[in-house]
Ligand binder design. Structure first.
Ligand SMILES: *[C@@H]1O[C@H](CO)[C@@H](O)[C@H](O)[C@H]1NC(C)=O
Ligand SMILES: *[C@@H]1O[C@H](CO)[C@@H](O)[C@H](O)[C@H]1NC(C)=O
Ligand SMILES: *[C@@H]1O[C@H](CO)[C@@H](O)[C@H](O)[C@H]1NC(C)=O
Length: 510
């Protein structure tokens, strides 16, 4: 009897087990839901929160990714229409609805105005500014092997500055296919936007359109963008303008100098960008798209014993402007033991030779060329070749998130030009330090890769994290500009200019 009482009926045990199973299933589902997309994503992008990252390897070739993009995307039939220039009432109404949204966000969002994901409104521009230019590139890249003045095929130059494509393609993808949707989401109402993205292809227009036609297109874009109510509200301060080739958009970009420029470097000596048009607090330095393939951890292990060259350089040996240093260095280093210096350009055979040379070397020389930075630096990084940077004016992408001293050697041009100094210096770097930097390069490389889909910790992801850091300042200066008396007080900015010790102090210091 007692035994029977102690023994729970079989049906109950089954139902308990079932209950337990049900509970754990519910818990698992809850965990899944909460670890998936954040609420802001689904609330603002209207996307589903289902997680299904494509399992295929992310595509890093511009040409391949672009073909796939063009095959899958149709130009939107919607276009944002610009409003009449004098219509202050429209701007005022828009500003009012922005204010209303902001008042709601402040109590609701713990981290506002600093929260991730960054909310970006992507302008729907006429296709002649967007798709048609990508199509033009896609249709002509096989024929654009003509050399430019600096010796690189046009399509290679466009590729290495194709950051405008990678950022746009990511923003256009459905959120369910976007591994970086925790960092940035596209919003469809301008009132909700932290930032506005201008999807115009400045570099492609520059290289593939006839000169006058290009200038005319630039002027059209300028008018289209600056007629937008959102532009007028902030004078462009919350607008992102990709001008990654230093020659691109040159005729009109001064009219958009308050917006966030996406740049390859910050050479404000006046050669490429005018002082006062670019500064680190406003703009963003983005890496060039590497010309060579990534040397991953396995490739690094395999290449280890083959790295017999101490210092490698491949490029054009004579450059103008900042290139004087390059010419002197080359003279100084030619014939030295352990040094390989090759004359070469960025054509297809050039790519193979550069990749081979970098993978066989411990250090890669990065002297200033026409501009303080160059694609070569990023080729070296993804090849696992420790960059030796001899470029006093260089600014670097994502600095603050990344510590470049862990992966590169910085040398002043005065030191580097002393006879024998550079090789003595590099010879003094211990093999333990070299291994450590090579390990760091393997870790850091991912930050310099653009891909579709864009990957967490990839270039696109870090771009938006850097942008998030700018938001408070952008909002500050937008609001401030709405109430200060015009021209009453200039804003203190941190300009990237060479200090002039004999001149007045920079900024508003007493
Ligand atoms: C390339 O050069 C050829 C011959 O000089 C010329 O006919 C052709 O138009 C050029 N192509 C481009 C895209 O500039
Ligand atoms: C390299 O080390 C040697 C020996 O310690 C030293 O004399 C030399 O100055 C060092 N070279 C450089 C460039 O620092
Ligand atoms: C430095 O500033 C002084 C005074 O403003 C000016 O006369 C001089 O030309 C400047 N030098 C350089 C190199 O810019």
């Amino acid at each position: 009897m007692a035994g029977r009482q102690w023994q729970p009926p079989p049906s109950r045990s089954k139902s308990r087990l079932f209950l337990l199973l049900l509970l754990s299933l519910a818990a698992a589902i809850l965990i899944l839901i909460f670890s998936a997309a954040p609420s802001r994503t689904s609330a603002f992008a209207g996307g589903s929160s289902s997680v299904s990252y494509p399992s295929a390897k992310p595509e890093t070739s511009f040409l391949v990714s672009l073909e796939d993009f063009l095959a899958r995307h149709q130009p939107s039939s919607r276009e944002d229409t610009a409003r009449a220039t004098a219509d202050d009432a429209v701007v005022a109404r828009f500003d009012e609805s922005v204010s209303k949204r902001e008042e709601l966000k402040l109590p609701e969002e713990l981290h506002y105005p600093m929260a991730l994901p960054v909310r970006v409104y992507v302008y729907e521009m006429p296709r002649k500014f967007t798709y048609d230019l990508l199509k033009l590139f896609s249709n002509t890249y096989r024929d654009t092997t003509n050399l430019t003045s600096n010796g690189s095929p046009v399509h290679r130059l466009i590729e290495q500055h194709s950051i405008d494509y990678w950022l746009w393609a990511d923003l256009l993808a459905p959120d369910s296919e976007r591994p970086i949707r925790n960092t940035v989401v596209r919003v469809y109402e301008q009132e909700d936007a932290d930032l506005f993205y201008i999807p115009f292809f400045t570099t492609i227009s520059f290289f593939l359109l006839e000169k006058q036609q290009c200038k005319a297109l630039y002027r059209e874009v300028l008018k289209w963008v600056t007629d937008q109510p959102a532009w007028k509200r902030s004078e462009g301060r919350d607008h992102i303008l990709p001008v990654h080739h230093p020659w691109s958009f040159k005729s009109v970009r001064r009219y958009m100098k308050k917006s966030i420029w996406l740049l390859p470097d910050m050479d404000s000596t006046g050669n490429w960008y005018k002082p006062g048009q670019v500064y680190l607090e406003k703009d963003l330095i983005l890496p060039y798209v590497p010309n060579v393939d990534l040397c991953d951890a396995e490739c690094m292990r395999e290449s280890q014993s083959k790295r017999t060259t101490l210092l490698f350089f491949r490029g054009r040996l004579k450059r103008n402007a900042g290139g004087k240093i390059r010419a002197k260095l080359v003279t100084e280093l030619t014939e030295a033991k352990g040094v390989v210096i090759e004359e070469g350009t960025a054509g297809d055979s050039g790519k193979a030779a550069a990749q081979k040379g970098m993978r066989m070397s411990i250090f890669c020389l990065n002297p200033a060329g026409d501009t303080p930075s160059s694609a070569r630096l990023f080729d070296a990084i993804v090849s696992g070749c420790i960059p030796v940077i001899v470029s006093d004016e260089l600014e670097l992408p994502f600095e603050g998130i990344l510590d470049y001293r862990k992966i590169a050697v910085f040398v002043s041009s005065i030191d580097a030009l002393q006879p024998g100094w550079l090789l003595s210096y590099l010879g003094n770097v211990s093999s333990a330090q070299i291994s450590k930097m090579q390990d760091n390069l393997v870790q850091y490389s991912r930050h310099f890769i653009y891909s579709s889909p864009a990957q967490p910790l990839g270039s696109e992801d870090l771009t938006w994290r850097m942008m998030a850091g700018k938001l408070v300042n952008i909002k500050l200066h937008t609001r401030r500009s709405q109430r200060v008396v015009k021209e009453s007080r200039s804003i203190c900015t941190c300009d990237c200019q060479r200090a002039n010790s004999t001149g007045p102090p920079l900024g508003n210091f007493p």
